[in-house]
Write a protein that binds this ligand. Structure first.
Ligand code: ADP
Ligand code: MG
Length: 472
């Protein structure tokens, strides 16, 4: 991989990148940045967690000057959270160059947005609906736009935003540069690109480059009724720093986060029915580490980059392979290691195989942990806490008391009692969860798996680059 110095960036950019802690360009950045800086239209296809934001963010910020008072760059994202997150990263990239980026999204007070617009950002990151609003009100004018980025284009397609995007693109002067990023390239996205892009260069980073290789992917065969207890045991054994639990429905998110709280875990749910301020606050608490378990639907968590997620639990198996890749992409970001565990009910085993086949990734089967293992996990934690106190704290004030206690009781018994007090013992508070019907993958049923072993090879060195005339 190349260092950023080799990409001929300006000093302010080099400074902000090193400030952000990036040392080397990721594969998609290495390929996309030089091309985008030449002014080429670009289609970048890569898994989540591969650094697509900076791949378009760096050329965007390099392209503009701080003294300009017009909006010159626009990034369109599927969700509000993603808009906020991308704007954050662009603001970090632009900090020394003085390039301002403003996120624009529905649910946010329009007057506040108008005020923020008066600060003359050079770049706007917005969701399609709210951008259309501003276009209609003429509070955002697009005639000076030089660069457009469509981020997570496949997701915008899934969410039914294609027509909005077309309407927006039609308003933007044709001599603009257009970049499109997507984890997958379904037909309608290809059509969109053909219609609105000029001779785009294709960059395709195949599989396993960054994150995915670093994620240990496992599954457990679990009966629907057992799922909750197994999850609790896993949390006890693995005591993750930050975990995301994925469920299929909003109701499930609500029920599961409530159930986890009843059993003494600090969990919060996030899904599309929550107000924006509620979602913001949950995400903030999660990033700060105030809550340890985030329970989420796919849509709510898609595209979010929350660093430090160590564990992803697929409480319900994802509907489709893309969903699986998105979910597991929440952990092991940017080279860190992560663990993903998928619960599969016996009737969903076919579906699991289908996901493995399409994603060309094998999940390792793990046995369901026992209660004893869960207790041992918690005991180990208590012991570690105790030893840390021994090493790090001043115990002088407690020594006298300890000596008194030792006159009556032997040391092993005393220590055992202290450990018991520190150990979180299995909680059996009853909880209520509505059962989900097993997922029967329609495609999975007629699927042949015989060739699985042979097909499992993936590309060796990740990147391929289509030439000028490359076709889909
Ligand atoms: P994607 O959009 O492809 O899913 P992101 O742009 O959200 O990925 O990046 C994922 C994470 O990797 C973020 O935390 C980002 O700050 C970090 N990152 C991006 N580029 C680099 C790099 N060159 N070196 C280290 N970390 C990086
Ligand atoms: Mg992204």
């Amino acid at each position: 991989m190349k260092s950023f110095d080799e990409l001929h960036l300006s000093q302010p950019l080099i400074r902000s990148i090193s400030n952000m802690g990036f040392e080397e360009a990721t594969p998609i950045q290495e390929l996309a940045i030089p091309l985008a800086m030449e002014g080429r239209d670009l289609i970048g296809q890569a898994q989540t967690g591969t650094g697509k934001t900076a791949a378009f963010g760096i050329p965007l910020v390099e392209r503009f000057t701080a003294d300009s008072e017009q909006i010159q760059g626009i990034v369109i994202t599927p969700t509000r959270e993603l808009a906020v997150q991308v704007a954050e990263e662009l603001n970090k990239l632009g900090q020394f160059k003085g390039i301002r980026t403003l996120p624009i999204y529905g649910g946010q007070d329009i007057n506040r947005q108008l005020k923020a617009l008066q600060k003359r950002p050079q770049i706007i990151v917005g969701t399609p609906g709210r951008l259309m609003d501003h276009m209609r009100r003429k509070t955002i004018r697009l005639h000076q736009i030089k660069m457009v980025v469509l981020d997570e284009a496949d997701e915008m397609l899934n969410m039914g935003f294609i027509e909005d995007i077309e309407a927006i693109l039609q308003e933007i002067p044709e001599e603009r540069q257009t970049l499109l990023f997507s984890a997958t390239m379904p037909k309608p996205i290809q059509a969109l690109a053909q219609r609105f892009m000029k001779n785009p260069e294709m960059i395709n980073i195949r599989a396993k480059e960054l994150t995915v290789a670093a994620i240990e992917q496992t599954y457990m065969e679990v009966q629907e009724k057992q799922k909750f207890d197994v999850l609790c045991r896993l949390l006890d054994i693995q005591s993750p720093d930050l975990a995301i639990v994925f469920c299929r429905t909003k109701r499930r998110v609500d029920e599961l986060s409530e159930a986890l709280n009843k059993r003494g875990y600090s969990a919060e749910g996030i899904h599309g029915d929550l107000t924006q301020s509620r979602r913001d606050s949950v995400l903030r608490q999660f990033k700060e580490g105030t809550i340890e378990v985030l329970v989420a639907t796919d849509v709510a968590a898609r595209g979010l980059d929350i660093s430090g997620v160590t564990h992803v639990y697929n409480f319900d198996i994802p509907q489709d392979p893309e969903g699986y890749v998105h979910r597991t992409g929440r952990t092991g970001r940017a080279g860190k290691t992560g663990l993903a565990i998928t619960f599969v009910t016996p009737r969903e085993m076919d579906h699991l195989k289908f996901i493995e086949y399409v994603t060309k990734r094998r999940m390792v089967r793990k046995p369901v942990p026992t209660i004893t293992e869960a207790i041992e996990g918690q005991q180990r934690l208590a012991m570690e806490r105790l030893l840390r106190v021994v090493e790090e704290e001043d115990l002088l004030q407690y020594r006298g008391l300890a000596e008194d206690l030792l006159e009556e009781t032997d040391s092993v018994t005393l220590l055992a009692a202290a450990l018991k007090m520190l150990t979180k013992e299995p909680d059996t508070t009853p909880v209520e969860l509505t059962e989900e019907a097993p997922l029967r993958g329609k495609r999975a049923k007629n699927f042949k798996f015989q060739q699985r072993g042979h097909r499992r090879e993936t590309s060796h060195k990740g990147a391929t680059r289509g030439g000028r005339n490359s076709r889909w």
